[in-house]
Design a protein around this ligand. Structure first.
Ligand code: WT7
Length: 644
């Protein structure tokens, strides 16, 4: 039996209690149109909408449109509308890589920076609808760059600073960016990341880019190409702080964010203006029970969707104080998070299970030597949190005082879909609990038949919510094929899930060929294509395997070309190769040389078997009789790698 932790009202009175959640949920499902007609008013519209929900997941009339005749601007909602009431309040607390390397930016200052930055972009020829790529560390200028794009209607595409020049080039070309915003270097965990140098390399393969704006971060001396590269501080010196906001239609694109899928190259997930902002705004407000004046810290990088929705857009549209952290959890030591929480007076803290597990392993004393008395709510995101880690987070970090919100969502969903509401939802360690108002999950079997009651199967969402992605950039057909054809008429998440007798959801992980490494999504196909690009590799198959800290690790099977010898040096070289091709997050944890891969007679690789071997679950490999050469399996089992 799992223990249930009862929702206890906060002494300042729960903003949403159990009865209120139940009432809202029922209303949102019974009549989504009326629910969101009201719900959409949480943001300011320069032209109010009259249309609310216009959506269908059916092939014949497939469409996803919300608040379509309304107009708004994201930067106005995140900045201008707060100036009168909280202009001098801190909008962003920046915490650098070194403890205490801190900067505070008020709403008024941020507004002025964003307007200047927007004028800089305009002066470089950026217009509404143009794509601007950001390859940046976690500095306030990064948030300013995002908001500057939204002010003039440019579409930002943020590429995580840990991605390689090649990955950056692919993303630049895919969305046809003309302008890149980067920094001289990133500083993380005491190390330098050569961001500008990586951009220089990427631009060899992205001829469409004609302008690079460089933010000074480390102060390193980086080469600047005359006529192409400009220092931001030089450009800002001449920029006017007066920049009227572009009125945007609700369905005008807001940003593109690339994410990995089970096949092919990463997809450019497109979010639009009105629906996304309503979703980021309301989920931030309700899931974190945000109260005026509190300090909110989400540790995610803006290179991932969590950083978009819960470092920048959700907090700022609510007038919150948000922390931007440019460091790592274990630098300079394992107490960094907790020491910083005390120093900055953090009230709400949101991080990933992989970080929790890594810190848990270092012992309680790193935590207990801090006070953490400012903490009120803890959050978890990115992968399933195992009950042991949940319990440690609750007991040791939160002193049993702080509710944990385990938030399930995806890049595609724009914001949180399944999560407890603090003080309203009883908690069960390891469960994301219940859907938010407006979210209609359904569990189906392999054939798409709905499974009712307590059950386990594939997680679909049956109706649209405002924050849903609208398309894959440049490939609308891929959008429809990827998400709406496995189970026609439903959005398929790619996740497996269990529902218990209380109607609580327990996400079990991906059921497709996507691996979740430390909360970062990797497509097995991407790692495979990086491996086969090496001259000595004939064939590669990549699967996930359980990993104590990362949740999942990457296990690669590699067949070499005839004449090439499997050596430890080559193994190291191939791991390094993938790291260089894609980025450190894609480095295989284990790499096994395989004389051959298990294939059916029609040549299809039997991944099910490869997964079992990687998981070291070889007692029951299932039916191998359909293999072209069943003896391959015995060799693979005998030579299985025990990852370090
Ligand atoms: C995948 C989405 C959510 C933003 C960060 C990751 C997994 C995410 C949880 C959770 C169990 C989770 C799912 C999902 N996932 N949150 N609370 N419990 N699994 O976004 O890179 O788009 O990855 O992350 O498998 O499909 P993403």
């Amino acid at each position: 039996m799992t223990q249930t932790i009862h929702a206890a009202p906060h002494d300042a009175v729960a903003q949403v209690d159990k009865a209120e959640y139940d009432a809202r949920y029922a209303a949102s499902v019974a009549d989504p149109e009326s629910y969101w007609r009201e719900g959409g008013r949480c943001i300011d519209w320069s032209r109010p909408y009259t249309e609310v929900k216009d959506t269908s997941f059916d092939e014949a009339d497939f469409r996803i449109r919300w608040f379509a005749d309304g107009q708004t601007n994201v930067s106005v909602n995140c900045l201008d509308r707060h100036l009168e009431t909280r202009g001098d309040q801190t909008a962003i607390i920046w915490e650098g890589d070194e403890p205490g390397e801190t900067r505070k930016v008020t709403y008024r200052e941020l507004h002025s920076q964003v307007c200047c930055f927007a004028n800089v972009l305009k002066s470089k020829g950026v217009k509404k609808g143009d794509r601007v790529t950001l390859y940046l560390p976690m500095v306030p200028e990064a948030a300013a760059a995002m908001l500057a794009c939204t002010r003039i209607g440019a579409i930002h595409s943020i590429v995580f600073g840990g991605f390689s020049p090649d990955s950056l080039a692919n993303r630049l070309v895919d969305c046809d960016s003309r302008l890149v915003i980067t920094a001289d270097e990133g500083c993380r965990g005491g190390k330098r990341i050569p961001l500008k140098a990586n951009v220089d390399k990427a631009l060899d393969h992205a001829p469409g880019v004609d302008t690079v704006i460089v933010i000074r971060r480390s102060g390193a001396d980086v080469p600047m190409v005359e006529g192409r590269d400009f220092w931001l501080h030089d450009l800002l010196a001449d920029a006017s702080p007066d920049c009227p906001a572009e009125p945007m239609d609700a369905e005008d694109p807001l940003f593109i964010l690339y994410t990995s899928g089970s096949t092919g190259k990463p997809k450019g997930v497109l979010h639009t203006t009105g629906g996304y902002l309503v979703w980021a705004h309301t989920t931030f407000r309700d899931v974190f029970d945000y109260r005026d004046g509190e300090v909110f810290w989400c540790t995610a990088d803006i290179g991932w969707v969590t950083g978009h929705s819960y470092v920048v857009y959700g907090p700022l549209s609510n007038g919150a104080t948000t922390v931007m952290f440019d460091g790592v959890p274990n630098y300079p030591d394992h107490g960094r998070f907790w020491e910083t929480i005390d120093r900055l007076g953090v009230n709400i803290f949101y991080t990933a299970p992989t970080a929790i597990r890594a810190l848990m392993r270092e012992g309680d004393s790193w935590v207990t030597k801090s006070s953490r008395k400012s903490l009120r709510i803890l959050g978890s995101v990115g992968e399933p949190i195992n009950p042991e880690a949940w319990d440690w987070y609750h007991r040791v970090v939160g002193d049993r005082r702080c509710p944990i919100v385990d938030t399930w969502w995806q890049t595609e969903t724009g914001g949180i879909l399944i999560s407890p509401l603090p003080y309203a939802t009883d908690l069960k360690p390891g469960s994301a609990t219940k859907p938010l108002p407006g979210v209609q999950p359904m569990i189906v079997d392999a054939e798409g038949k709905e499974l009712e009651g307590a059950t386990e199967g594939n997680l679909c969402i049956t109706d649209s919510w405002p924050g849903q992605m609208r398309t894959v950039w440049g490939d609308h057909d891929r959008f429809f094929q990827t998400y709406f054809t496995t189970y026609p008429g439903k959005y398929f998440t790619g996740d497996g899930v269990r529902r218990d007798a209380d109607g609580y959801y327990w996400i079990t992980g991906r059921v497709d060929d996507v691996i979740n490494v430390s909360g970062h999504r990797m497509g097995t196909a991407e790692v495979e294509s990086a491996l086969v690009a090496h001259p000595k590799v004939a064939e590669a198959a990549v699967v996930g395997m359980p990993h104590d800290i990362k949740g999942q690790g990457i296990y690669a099977y590699v067949t070499l070309n005839a004449g090439d010898e499997p050596t430890d040096d080559l193994r190291a070289e191939l791991r390094q190769w993938v790291r260089k091709e894609i980025g450190p997050v894609a480095t295989p944890d284990a790499l096994q040389f395989a004389p051959g891969l298990p294939k059916t007679r029609s040549g299809k690789i039997m991944r099910r078997i490869l997964r079992k071997i990687a998981e070291n679950d070889t007692s029951n490999l299932g039916d191998t009789s359909t293999l072209a050469d069943p003896s391959v399996v015995d060799t693979l089992v005998a030579e299985r790698i025990r990852p370090a």
